[in-house]
Design a protein around this ligand. Structure first.
Ligand code: ZN
Length: 402
């Protein structure tokens, strides 16, 4: 098994090296600065005001769970708030927001988190122009009052309770699945004993999965690539986030020094894996290179948020469902559900799995995978797993504003 793990790590490293050749994701010297943070409460709603030196892409959403949080992500901005530490810090909250925390992240993302004492829903997010090209960004979050607990009159007034449904309708009722065909272009991935290439296998499987999912009418599928092209890892990750995917599935085929090793496997992110991914990201120049690395409890805390506490749980649950379906159609690797630090699994709020269809270095696995009917069976099994995953799950109350 050690050999297997080494092979996997090599696969991950290869990806990282290739990604390093790509444009850095971190903002350049002209990055916008978040110059002020104000958290205030009006009529039960909490409003976060952030003053920025220039407009940026932003995203607001609520993370559910034991510790509900409101999250405001800014792309291409750095925290330099007046009267507060640059890079990362914290301050008092207001209303049902207990406190706010903020941190710059290596990926170029800057995050502000409100720790909420109760579940919340995202309210209005708006911008006002400031003199000199700056922007004042105001994002609101209100307590998510259960409709049953509210008296009829209040119910009539709490139109925002309906907001969750409305926003989900806007977003379309179909679940968004991002399917990532591993490798591509100048990155062929693993090579088979009889000459097959991982990048071809993964593309064919991804196209099949798309067709199967779209045919149900329940899913909107976004492919990270639909041709033999090279795509840096940050872009794959970005597509999961930009499309607010409900699921991210990265399709791969495995390789091992030991030709006897065979079987499919499913990977999800682990806390340790996430840490390794971050370390790799730093060493591979994904990180923001300006200034010294910020390390404080607050940063670690937010980084942990970024390593998807809730998402980890959802991903693991989905992985189990996939394994259950795959077991009907293909041999599985021992300890099939594994945890790793693959970059593509690092999206903070998108449940994600990395699926290894089998070992191209094993003659039987390769023969199976070279058969289009087998690939179809595999993708049918994944489709059934996706159906089962969502059948037992109400729509997420994660709202995004642009
Ligand atoms: Zn691969």
């Amino acid at each position: 098994m050690v050999k297997v793990r080494r092979a996997l790590f090599a696969c991950m490293l290869a990806g990282a090296t290739l990604a390093a050749g790509a444009e850095a994701q971190a903002p350049g010297p002209q990055a916008a600065h978040a110059q002020a943070i104000l958290v205030a409460e009006t009529a039960g709603a909490v409003h976060v005001t952030v003053e920025l030196s220039a407009p940026v892409t932003r995203r607001a959403f609520v993370l559910e769970g034991d510790r509900p949080r409101f999250v405001l992500d800014l792309t291409g901005a750095r925290w330099r708030p007046r009267g507060l530490p640059p890079g990362a810090g914290a301050g008092p909250g207001a209303g049902f927001a207990e406190r706010f925390r903020y941190a710059d992240h290596e990926t170029g993302l800057s995050r502000l988190v409100l720790d909420l004492s109760a579940p919340g829903v995202v309210g209005e997010v708006r911008e006002e122009a400031l003199p000199g090209g700056g922007v004042r960004l105001i994002a609101s979050v209100r307590p998510a009052t259960p409709a049953v607990a509210a008296p009829p009159r209040a119910l009539a007034q709490t139109a925002p309770t309906v907001l969750a449904t409305a926003s989900q309708d806007l977003r379309s009722s179909r679940r968004v699945i991002v399917v990532d065909a591993g490798h591509g272009g100048r990155d062929p991935g693993a090579s088979g004993v009889n000459g097959s290439r991982e990048k071809d296998m993964t593309l064919d499987a991804a196209l099949r999965l798309r067709d199967l999912l779209e045919a149900t009418g329940r899913y909107h599928v976004v492919l990270t690539r639909d041709a033999d092209v090279f795509l840096p890892l940050p872009e794959r990750l970005g597509m999961a986030r930009d499309n607010q995917a409900d699921l991210f599935i990265s399709v791969h085929a495995d390789a091992s020094d030991n030709p006897a090793v065979h079987g499919a496997a499913v990977y999800t992110i682990s806390e340790r894996g996430a840490a390794r991914g971050r370390h790799l990201a730093e060493t591979q120049n994904w990180s923001l290179t300006s200034g010294e690395p910020v390390r404080s409890e607050t940063v670690e805390d937010i980084l942990l948020d970024l390593s998807q506490r809730e998402t980890t749980h959802l991903s693991a649950s989905f992985a189990q469902t996939v394994i259950g379906e795959l077991a009907h159609v293909t041999p599985l690797l021992r300890n099939t559900h594994r945890e790793a630090g693959f970059f593509v699994l690092l999206a903070p709020d998108v449940p994600a799995i990395l699926l290894e269809l089998g070992f191209l270095t094993n003659a039987e696995d390769e023969a199976r995978l070279s058969d289009p009917r087998h690939r179809q069976r595999l993708m049918l099994a994944v489709t059934e797993a996706i159906d089962a995953h969502f059948a037992s799950r109400p729509a997420r109350m994660v709202l995004a504003q642009h």
